[in-house]
Design a protein around this ligand. Structure first.
Ligand SMILES: *Cc1c(COP(=O)(O)O)cnc(C)c1O
Length: 463
């Protein structure tokens, strides 16, 4: 009763909806990067649950009227805010195919399981992890970081006084993971970062020693590959050495930065990642696949199954038949039912090849270095942080403004730029003041977009 009565008519409608979505993508440059959702459109999302049917054509028309025109903006080449990925049309198509295939990849024996295992193996190999490595696709790096912290705690034994270490520049999901795991945010030591936004290794060692004297039990060290602020990478090799000496689980949060391993000219950035006990990273930020897809890989898959094994009477395993294939992905994380996130990653790697994906990451980094030079050459602009990777932080020097007033102006400027529809940037508080933060993770961005961005900054600053 719920399937199409007339498959021909359904196909026709579906094909036209897909065409409209491809048209929108092909012409994304011609539209504002972002625009607010008008109040009359917002009001349509307040209507009660419909009990009567609407034709599919009308539902699609409503989507095109009330939803499609108001995107986040991340598909646009001049969306530079936060760390947002942009998907290729074919990776998005793969996600649509995955939805039509409707696999539950919690476990059992079917093709989707083999695809996800292959994707995990590919990246374990890329990072230089041993054959024993295993892992799974997650919603994103927040989930992957949480699983790593829980597994690390499980391995250390649930004792009291457990403490972990990361850089003060680490992503908030690490603190959230400590909270969610029941360890509490106070159990996470935020070690100060240096002028390059990398963890202060000497201070880390002093803090661990002090905690041991105080009878606490250090269990995990989280290194950053690409901090969310300025894109800095901790000295992973040095951290691995400390973790080994201290008997700590060494986790790397490489949400976007870990993928520099795909780019020959950038690979050195993550030297030492091959010594990690676990690595969290995202496909949806820098691998050109649509939201959502992250990944957790542990150096030894049994480190995950030891904590998350989901065997139960109703999930009993078999040697043959659909109940085979143990361990299941449900044994490696917290979700039992899980979608087929790996398919779009598998498509992207097959269609483009790892080298082209790495080259597009290199291109983003080259553009960031170009923007850095443009900022440094313009006396009305002031750079506020180093540019180790793909993020540039600067402000417009508004004559007569300084301190808190200049910070407030910078916040206002970021909003004005977004409202102009010409670009989207985010802001970041830095020691020298509030910065406009420009993050390059979109494969459509070209050099001319940097000029247009700076033109928008100047125009909005003087509006
Ligand atoms: C984005 C990000 C995260 C969180 O990843 P999600 O995929 O958004 O959950 C964690 N760490 C860093 C460094 C990030 O940039």
């Amino acid at each position: 009763m719920l399937d199409p009565k007339d498959w021909e008519a359904f196909r026709d409608q579906a094909h036209r909806a897909l065409d409209a979505a491809f048209d929108a993508l092909e012409t994304v440059r011609d539209r504002p990067v972002w625009q607010p959702v008008p109040s009359d459109v917002r009001a349509t999302f307040e209507t009660p649950m419909p009990h009567e049917a609407t034709s599919l054509g009308d539902v699609i028309a409503e989507f095109r009227r009330t939803i499609a025109p108001y995107p986040t903006g991340n598909q646009h080449p001049r969306f530079f805010g936060w760390v947002h990925g942009s998907a290729t049309p074919s990776a998005a198509l793969a996600d649509a195919l995955a939805a039509l295939f409707d696999a539950n990849v919690g476990g059992r024996d079917h093709a989707a399981v083999y695809v996800e295992r292959q994707v995990v193996r590919w990246f374990a190999g890329l990072f230089g992890l041993p054959q024993s490595a295993g892992g799974l696709c997650t919603v994103g790096s927040s989930a992957a970081n949480l699983l790593a912290i829980v597994a690390a705690r499980g391995r250390a034994g649930a004792e009291t006084g457990m403490v972990g270490y990361t850089s003060a520049a680490a992503h908030g999901s690490i603190r959230k993971a400590f909270e969610t795991a029941g360890l509490g945010a106070a159990a996470l030591r935020a070690i100060p970062a240096d002028a390059e936004h990398r963890i202060d290794v000497a201070e880390l060692e002093r803090t661990i020693a002090r905690d041991r004297v105080d009878g606490l039990r250090p269990f995990v060290l989280v290194g950053c590959a690409g901090t969310v602020g300025v894109g800095a990478t901790d000295p992973l090799d040095a951290l691995a050495t400390i973790a080994a000496r201290e008997g700590l689980w060494f986790h790397v949060d490489g949400a976007f930065g870990a993928l520099t391993a795909l780019a020959p000219s950038l690979r050195e950035t993550v030297r030492g990642i091959e010594r990690a006990d676990s690595i969290a990273f995202d496909f949806h930020k820098w691998l050109r696949v649509p939201y959502d897809a992250g990944c957790l890989i542990a150096r030894d898959a049994t480190r995950l199954t030891d904590t998350f094994s989901a065997e139960g009477a109703y999930l009993s395993r078999a040697e043959r038949g659909p109940g085979a294939g143990s361990p299941w992905f449900a044994d490696l994380g917290i979700d039992l039912s899980r979608g087929f996130r790996a398919l779009k990653v598998w498509f992207a790697l097959k269609e483009h090849g790892a080298d082209a994906l790495g080259a597009s990451i290199e291109h983003n980094v080259a553009l960031a270095q170009r923007l850095r030079a443009l900022v440094d050459a313009d006396p009305s602009l002031e750079r506020l942080a180093p540019v180790p990777l793909n993020i540039v932080c600067f402000r417009y020097r508004k004559p007569g403004l300084e301190g808190a007033a200049l910070d407030a102006f910078t916040d206002e400027l970021a909003i004005r730029i977004a409202e102009s529809g010409r670009a989207v940037v985010s802001t970041l508080p830095l020691p020298r003041g509030k910065a406009l933060r420009v993050c390059l993770t979109n494969h459509r961005t070209e050099e001319a977009d940097l000029d247009e961005l700076l033109a928008a900054v100047r125009a909005c600053a003087n509006a």
